[in-house]
Write a protein that binds this ligand. Sequence first.
Ligand code: NAG
Ligand code: NAG
Length: 429
Amino acid sequence: MAQDLTEIVKTQHSRKLFLGITFEQLLLILYPLCLIPAVLFWYRGLRRRRSTSDVPAGCTRLGLKGASRTLDEFEKKYDKGNNDQSTWRVKALFAYPIKSCAGIELDEAETNVEGFTYDRKFAFAEWLTPPGKKEPIWTFRTLRQNGYEKLALVRPEVWIPRQGNTTTQGNLKRVAQEGCLIVRYPNVPSGFLAPVDRLMLKWGLIPKENSFRVPLHPGKNHKYPIETVNIWKDYPDWINMAEHIPNDFKEWLGVKNPLALFRAAPENYRNLFRCAPRKEEVGFQPVVAFPDSYPLHLLNIASVHEVGKHVGQAIDRLSLRRFRPNILMEGPPVYDEDDWKRIAIGGNHLYSSCHTTRCKLPNIDPDTAERHSEQPEKFLRTERNIDPGNKTSGCLGMQLVPAKDRAFSLNVGMGIEVLERGEHYYLKT
Ligand SMILES: *[C@@H]1O[C@H](CO)[C@@H](O)[C@H](O)[C@H]1NC(C)=O
Ligand SMILES: *[C@@H]1O[C@H](CO)[C@@H](O)[C@H](O)[C@H]1NC(C)=O
């Protein structure tokens, strides 16, 4: 009897599962299922809007359109260089619109006394109290500071008006009124919807990068606050464009203090002394915006190969991009540039003012933002401490200052000529 009863219950149960569903019940089940794609679509739209990935109207992106000129950077043919000056050439050009962030590669670089037009005019700064000080101040931040390695993954793009022709000085002024910086950074989901976002990312439904826009040239009547920012020993009053930084950028970077994005004010660049030519000598005062010291950085690919050979145990392929050159050259023998004093690139005269003394910044892999604990800093510090003015730091590359106060273009392929050689002595101030 009891057995019969369970039999009956079982069959009742299965009947309910497979046949007992009414048409209304079926609809109730299917209706929400139909909504899922709609919800996904709406959510994707929401996320897309936030990433403002569209391009600025009427503008064109500055930089190389094709493949990088450095794809062959590890080839053996660059190991040694040669003594035939007629073969020395500019191999690649780079600008770093925001200090410490990814660079953009150029075929032609508009150059001025303060360096490339779009090189390191911007930098991030954090509101903090420096050691030994009572008051907080905006302090410029770079890859050097622990926690800021992620800046290597921030990709600024420079967008200039399409009709603008940057090869002529007159047009440069017109371009100067418009254009924008698009700052791209990885879209790393956070918050309680993170799992959904991760799925959307995996399916390619939302962009891999978020972005925000900043005007390239704030213009004379801008409303941005002018505030003091500390860069090394200088305290210029520059333009704080922090209002454009979205919260998710700060979250992603992991900065607890207020974060700013400063633009150097052109009428107020930092005066450069140190080893740069003097005003009495060249007829103008050399200046810089956010570079650490000098406006242009020259690197020899053969020298990078030589360093790479010595640190090969620690770092398999030492990319020249770790050294953040403005001008990469091919041709000169390993370390030949160490005693250059004056050079000409495509006939444009430049002072080779100082060795580039190296900190730990090249230890960061520009592709992964991972910091190597020792190399190549250790090798450079012990084997390349060649400057009698700074025996504690390794040197690689040269710091250049244009010899004339005028705009000119540097191009990939231009010839490089050494006009004068001599001693160098690093000056800190
Ligand atoms: C820019 O101007 C120069 C000089 O007037 C001209 O040779 C060049 O073709 C122009 N480039 C573009 C892209 O219009
Ligand atoms: C040597 O150069 C490094 C890296 O640029 C710098 O941090 C350091 O202060 C310099 N040392 C001296 C004694 O000037």
